[in-house]
Design a binder for this molecule. Structure first.
Ligand code: PEP
Ligand code: MG
Length: 316
Protein backbone atom coordinates (compact mmCIF):
# COMPACT_ATOMS: atom_id res chain seq x y z
CA UNK A 1 0.00 0.00 0.00
CA UNK A 2 2.87 2.28 0.91
CA UNK A 3 4.57 1.55 -2.38
CA UNK A 4 1.37 2.32 -4.29
CA UNK A 5 1.00 5.62 -2.44
CA UNK A 6 4.56 6.55 -3.31
CA UNK A 7 4.17 5.54 -6.95
CA UNK A 8 1.10 7.77 -7.14
CA UNK A 9 3.10 10.60 -5.67
CA UNK A 10 4.40 12.92 -8.36
CA UNK A 11 4.19 16.53 -9.39
CA UNK A 12 4.90 19.66 -7.37
CA UNK A 13 4.85 19.59 -3.58
CA UNK A 14 1.60 20.91 -2.10
CA UNK A 15 -0.81 20.43 0.78
CA UNK A 16 -4.15 18.74 0.05
CA UNK A 17 -5.77 22.18 -0.34
CA UNK A 18 -3.22 23.33 -2.88
CA UNK A 19 -0.77 25.39 -0.81
CA UNK A 20 2.46 24.97 -2.79
CA UNK A 21 5.67 23.93 -1.05
CA UNK A 22 8.38 23.31 -3.66
CA UNK A 23 10.30 20.10 -2.92
CA UNK A 24 13.95 20.51 -3.83
CA UNK A 25 16.99 18.23 -3.68
CA UNK A 26 20.23 18.50 -1.75
CA UNK A 27 23.13 17.63 -4.05
CA UNK A 28 26.91 17.50 -3.77
CA UNK A 29 27.60 17.76 -7.51
CA UNK A 30 26.57 16.55 -10.97
CA UNK A 31 26.67 12.89 -9.86
CA UNK A 32 23.65 13.45 -7.60
CA UNK A 33 21.52 15.04 -10.32
CA UNK A 34 19.97 11.88 -11.89
CA UNK A 35 18.49 10.75 -8.56
CA UNK A 36 17.10 14.23 -7.97
CA UNK A 37 15.44 14.31 -11.39
CA UNK A 38 14.12 10.76 -10.90
CA UNK A 39 12.54 11.75 -7.57
CA UNK A 40 10.77 14.65 -9.26
CA UNK A 41 12.70 17.37 -7.45
CA UNK A 42 11.51 20.83 -8.52
CA UNK A 43 15.06 22.06 -8.43
CA UNK A 44 18.06 22.07 -6.12
CA UNK A 45 17.66 23.67 -2.70
CA UNK A 46 21.21 23.05 -1.53
CA UNK A 47 24.23 22.43 -3.76
CA UNK A 48 27.01 21.66 -1.28
CA UNK A 49 29.96 22.89 -3.34
CA UNK A 50 32.64 21.75 -0.88
CA UNK A 51 32.70 18.31 -2.54
CA UNK A 52 34.37 19.96 -5.54
CA UNK A 53 37.18 21.08 -3.27
CA UNK A 54 38.06 17.66 -1.89
CA UNK A 55 40.22 16.46 -4.82
CA UNK A 56 43.16 18.73 -4.07
CA UNK A 57 44.11 19.60 -0.48
CA UNK A 58 46.52 22.37 -1.52
CA UNK A 59 44.39 24.78 -3.58
CA UNK A 60 40.92 25.61 -4.85
CA UNK A 61 39.72 24.06 -8.12
CA UNK A 62 40.19 26.33 -11.16
CA UNK A 63 37.42 28.65 -12.29
CA UNK A 64 36.93 26.45 -15.41
CA UNK A 65 36.61 23.24 -13.41
CA UNK A 66 34.10 24.85 -11.07
CA UNK A 67 32.09 26.44 -13.89
CA UNK A 68 31.85 23.07 -15.62
CA UNK A 69 30.42 21.35 -12.52
CA UNK A 70 28.01 24.22 -11.80
CA UNK A 71 26.79 24.26 -15.39
CA UNK A 72 26.03 20.53 -15.33
CA UNK A 73 23.78 20.99 -12.31
CA UNK A 74 22.13 24.15 -13.67
CA UNK A 75 21.38 22.51 -17.02
CA UNK A 76 19.53 19.65 -15.31
CA UNK A 77 16.81 22.00 -14.05
CA UNK A 78 16.06 24.34 -16.95
CA UNK A 79 12.68 25.32 -15.51
CA UNK A 80 13.52 25.03 -11.85
CA UNK A 81 15.48 26.78 -9.19
CA UNK A 82 19.03 25.95 -8.27
CA UNK A 83 20.35 27.21 -4.94
CA UNK A 84 24.12 27.03 -4.77
CA UNK A 85 25.85 27.37 -1.45
CA UNK A 86 29.30 28.90 -1.62
CA UNK A 87 32.08 26.94 0.01
CA UNK A 88 31.38 25.88 3.59
CA UNK A 89 34.85 24.91 4.80
CA UNK A 90 35.85 24.30 8.39
CA UNK A 91 34.57 22.49 11.49
CA UNK A 92 33.02 19.22 10.22
CA UNK A 93 34.25 20.04 6.67
CA UNK A 94 37.93 21.08 7.09
CA UNK A 95 40.10 21.94 4.07
CA UNK A 96 43.88 21.83 4.58
CA UNK A 97 44.68 24.99 2.65
CA UNK A 98 41.95 27.13 4.21
CA UNK A 99 41.02 25.88 7.67
CA UNK A 100 43.11 27.05 10.64
CA UNK A 101 44.58 24.00 12.40
CA UNK A 102 45.20 25.61 15.79
CA UNK A 103 41.72 26.55 16.93
CA UNK A 104 40.48 25.05 20.21
CA UNK A 105 36.85 25.01 18.98
CA UNK A 106 36.73 24.76 15.17
CA UNK A 107 32.91 24.87 15.09
CA UNK A 108 33.13 28.29 16.78
CA UNK A 109 36.10 29.48 14.78
CA UNK A 110 36.85 30.52 11.22
CA UNK A 111 34.47 28.43 9.11
CA UNK A 112 31.82 28.90 6.44
CA UNK A 113 31.45 32.52 5.28
CA UNK A 114 34.12 33.59 7.79
CA UNK A 115 36.69 31.51 5.86
CA UNK A 116 35.64 33.08 2.56
CA UNK A 117 35.82 36.63 3.91
CA UNK A 118 39.38 35.83 5.05
CA UNK A 119 40.17 34.47 1.56
CA UNK A 120 38.35 36.84 -0.82
CA UNK A 121 40.20 35.36 -3.82
CA UNK A 122 38.58 31.96 -3.22
CA UNK A 123 35.12 33.54 -2.94
CA UNK A 124 35.70 35.68 -6.04
CA UNK A 125 36.76 32.69 -8.16
CA UNK A 126 33.71 30.74 -7.04
CA UNK A 127 31.29 33.58 -7.77
CA UNK A 128 32.88 34.27 -11.17
CA UNK A 129 32.64 30.56 -12.02
CA UNK A 130 28.95 30.64 -11.08
CA UNK A 131 28.34 33.72 -13.21
CA UNK A 132 30.00 31.96 -16.19
CA UNK A 133 28.06 28.74 -15.62
CA UNK A 134 24.71 30.54 -15.58
CA UNK A 135 25.44 32.63 -18.69
CA UNK A 136 22.82 32.08 -21.35
CA UNK A 137 20.80 29.61 -19.27
CA UNK A 138 17.18 30.42 -18.37
CA UNK A 139 17.65 28.83 -14.94
CA UNK A 140 16.69 30.69 -11.83
CA UNK A 141 20.01 30.84 -9.96
CA UNK A 142 20.18 31.59 -6.25
CA UNK A 143 23.45 31.78 -4.34
CA UNK A 144 23.67 31.62 -0.57
CA UNK A 145 26.29 31.89 2.13
CA UNK A 146 26.71 29.42 5.00
CA UNK A 147 27.12 30.53 8.62
CA UNK A 148 25.83 34.09 8.35
CA UNK A 149 25.81 35.55 11.88
CA UNK A 150 24.52 39.09 11.37
CA UNK A 151 23.69 41.89 8.95
CA UNK A 152 27.36 42.78 8.37
CA UNK A 153 28.04 39.19 7.23
CA UNK A 154 25.03 39.32 4.91
CA UNK A 155 26.14 42.66 3.46
CA UNK A 156 29.73 41.47 2.92
CA UNK A 157 28.41 38.46 0.99
CA UNK A 158 25.93 40.46 -1.10
CA UNK A 159 28.68 43.01 -1.93
CA UNK A 160 31.01 40.21 -3.08
CA UNK A 161 28.23 38.78 -5.31
CA UNK A 162 27.56 42.20 -6.87
CA UNK A 163 31.27 42.84 -7.41
CA UNK A 164 31.57 39.51 -9.24
CA UNK A 165 28.75 40.63 -11.57
CA UNK A 166 26.54 37.71 -10.57
CA UNK A 167 23.00 37.83 -11.97
CA UNK A 168 21.28 35.88 -9.23
CA UNK A 169 19.36 36.18 -6.01
CA UNK A 170 21.64 36.33 -2.97
CA UNK A 171 20.62 34.61 0.24
CA UNK A 172 21.75 33.77 3.75
CA UNK A 173 21.65 30.46 5.54
CA UNK A 174 20.19 30.60 9.02
CA UNK A 175 22.43 28.25 11.00
CA UNK A 176 23.31 30.45 13.96
CA UNK A 177 20.66 31.49 16.52
CA UNK A 178 21.64 35.17 16.14
CA UNK A 179 20.60 35.00 12.48
CA UNK A 180 17.18 33.59 13.36
CA UNK A 181 16.66 36.17 16.12
CA UNK A 182 17.57 39.09 13.82
CA UNK A 183 16.34 37.62 10.54
CA UNK A 184 14.58 40.85 9.53
CA UNK A 185 17.83 42.78 9.76
CA UNK A 186 19.66 40.17 7.64
CA UNK A 187 16.83 40.40 5.08
CA UNK A 188 17.69 44.08 4.54
CA UNK A 189 20.79 42.79 2.69
CA UNK A 190 19.67 39.56 1.01
CA UNK A 191 16.62 38.25 -0.84
CA UNK A 192 16.00 34.88 0.81
CA UNK A 193 16.75 32.73 3.82
CA UNK A 194 17.49 29.02 4.01
CA UNK A 195 17.47 27.27 7.37
CA UNK A 196 20.34 24.85 7.92
CA UNK A 197 18.73 22.99 10.77
CA UNK A 198 21.72 20.68 11.36
CA UNK A 199 23.98 23.52 12.39
CA UNK A 200 21.13 25.56 13.86
CA UNK A 201 20.46 22.69 16.28
CA UNK A 202 24.17 22.36 17.06
CA UNK A 203 24.50 26.04 17.98
CA UNK A 204 21.14 26.36 19.73
CA UNK A 205 21.83 23.47 22.09
CA UNK A 206 25.63 23.77 22.33
CA UNK A 207 25.69 20.17 21.17
CA UNK A 208 28.38 19.13 18.67
CA UNK A 209 26.73 17.49 15.65
CA UNK A 210 29.61 15.02 15.47
CA UNK A 211 29.31 13.80 19.05
CA UNK A 212 26.87 10.91 19.38
CA UNK A 213 26.63 11.29 23.15
CA UNK A 214 24.72 14.57 22.76
CA UNK A 215 22.51 13.47 19.86
CA UNK A 216 19.35 13.88 21.96
CA UNK A 217 19.91 17.63 21.68
CA UNK A 218 20.38 17.43 17.92
CA UNK A 219 16.75 16.29 17.47
CA UNK A 220 15.10 18.77 15.07
CA UNK A 221 11.78 18.28 16.90
CA UNK A 222 13.19 20.22 19.86
CA UNK A 223 10.62 22.99 20.49
CA UNK A 224 13.39 25.62 20.87
CA UNK A 225 14.52 24.82 17.33
CA UNK A 226 10.93 25.07 16.08
CA UNK A 227 10.71 28.52 17.72
CA UNK A 228 13.77 29.70 15.76
CA UNK A 229 12.33 28.27 12.53
CA UNK A 230 9.08 30.15 13.23
CA UNK A 231 10.95 33.41 13.94
CA UNK A 232 12.84 33.13 10.65
CA UNK A 233 9.77 32.23 8.59
CA UNK A 234 7.74 35.08 10.16
CA UNK A 235 10.53 37.57 9.42
CA UNK A 236 10.69 36.45 5.80
CA UNK A 237 6.94 36.69 5.44
CA UNK A 238 6.96 40.21 6.91
CA UNK A 239 9.62 41.21 4.36
CA UNK A 240 7.82 39.47 1.48
CA UNK A 241 10.75 37.08 0.98
CA UNK A 242 11.17 33.32 1.02
CA UNK A 243 12.50 31.07 3.79
CA UNK A 244 13.27 27.45 2.96
CA UNK A 245 14.68 24.58 5.00
CA UNK A 246 17.63 22.55 3.66
CA UNK A 247 18.73 20.68 6.79
CA UNK A 248 17.89 17.08 7.66
CA UNK A 249 14.66 18.24 9.31
CA UNK A 250 13.02 18.65 5.89
CA UNK A 251 13.36 14.93 5.14
CA UNK A 252 11.08 13.79 7.99
CA UNK A 253 7.57 13.71 6.41
CA UNK A 254 5.75 14.59 9.64
CA UNK A 255 8.19 17.38 10.47
CA UNK A 256 7.91 18.64 6.88
CA UNK A 257 4.19 19.25 7.57
CA UNK A 258 5.06 21.09 10.78
CA UNK A 259 7.68 23.22 9.01
CA UNK A 260 5.05 24.09 6.39
CA UNK A 261 2.70 25.06 9.20
CA UNK A 262 5.42 27.30 10.66
CA UNK A 263 5.51 29.24 7.37
CA UNK A 264 8.51 27.71 5.64
CA UNK A 265 8.21 28.22 1.85
CA UNK A 266 10.26 25.31 0.41
CA UNK A 267 11.82 22.07 1.60
CA UNK A 268 15.13 20.67 0.36
CA UNK A 269 16.34 17.17 1.19
CA UNK A 270 18.20 14.10 -0.05
CA UNK A 271 16.43 12.90 -3.21
CA UNK A 272 15.35 9.60 -1.64
CA UNK A 273 13.10 11.42 0.86
CA UNK A 274 11.20 13.52 -1.67
CA UNK A 275 8.45 10.98 -2.54
CA UNK A 276 7.69 10.35 1.15
CA UNK A 277 7.50 14.04 1.99
CA UNK A 278 5.37 14.75 -1.10
CA UNK A 279 2.92 11.94 -0.22
CA UNK A 280 2.52 13.04 3.42
CA UNK A 281 2.15 16.74 2.63
CA UNK A 282 -0.56 15.91 0.07
CA UNK A 283 -2.68 14.31 2.80
CA UNK A 284 -3.03 17.42 4.97
CA UNK A 285 -4.41 20.92 4.58
CA UNK A 286 -2.36 24.01 5.37
CA UNK A 287 -4.65 24.68 8.35
CA UNK A 288 -3.93 21.18 9.73
CA UNK A 289 -0.19 21.79 9.27
CA UNK A 290 -0.55 25.07 11.17
CA UNK A 291 -2.42 23.36 14.01
CA UNK A 292 0.24 20.63 14.13
CA UNK A 293 2.94 23.32 14.27
CA UNK A 294 1.21 25.11 17.16
CA UNK A 295 0.79 21.83 19.04
CA UNK A 296 4.45 20.96 18.55
CA UNK A 297 5.62 24.38 19.76
CA UNK A 298 3.41 24.07 22.85
CA UNK A 299 5.30 20.91 23.89
CA UNK A 300 8.32 20.88 26.19
CA UNK A 301 10.29 18.01 24.70
CA UNK A 302 11.12 16.75 21.23
CA UNK A 303 9.23 13.53 21.86
CA UNK A 304 6.09 15.33 23.05
CA UNK A 305 6.31 17.73 20.10
CA UNK A 306 6.39 14.83 17.65
CA UNK A 307 3.51 13.09 19.43
CA UNK A 308 1.40 16.25 19.52
CA UNK A 309 1.92 16.93 15.81
CA UNK A 310 1.13 13.30 14.97
CA UNK A 311 -2.09 13.47 17.01
CA UNK A 312 -3.27 16.59 15.14
CA UNK A 313 -2.39 15.22 11.71
CA UNK A 314 -4.00 11.84 12.29
CA UNK A 315 -7.18 13.57 13.46
CA UNK A 316 -7.10 12.28 17.04
C1 PEP B 1 22.83 22.43 7.89
O1 PEP B 1 23.70 22.80 8.68
O2 PEP B 1 21.66 22.13 8.23
C2 PEP B 1 23.12 22.34 6.44
C3 PEP B 1 22.16 22.17 5.56
O3 PEP B 1 24.41 22.42 6.05
P1 PEP B 1 25.50 21.25 6.32
O4 PEP B 1 24.76 20.05 6.83
O5 PEP B 1 26.17 21.04 5.01
O6 PEP B 1 26.37 21.91 7.35
MG1 MG C 1 25.48 23.76 7.94
Amino acid sequence: ERRAALAASSGPGATSDGHKVPLLANVGGPADVPAAVEAGAEGVGLFRTEFLFLDDSTKAPSEEKQADAYRQVLEAFPEGRVVVRVLDAGADKPLDFLTPSDEPNPALGVRGLRTLLDHPDVLRTQLTALAKAAEGLPVYLEVMAPMVADRLDAKAFADACREAGLQAKFGAMVEIPSAALRARSILQEVEFLSLGTNDLAQYTFAADRQVGAVSRLQDPWQPALLDLVAASAEAAQAEGKSCGVCGEAASDPLLACVLTGLGVTSLSMGAASIPYVRATLAKHTLAQCERAASAARAADTAEDARRAAQAVLSGE
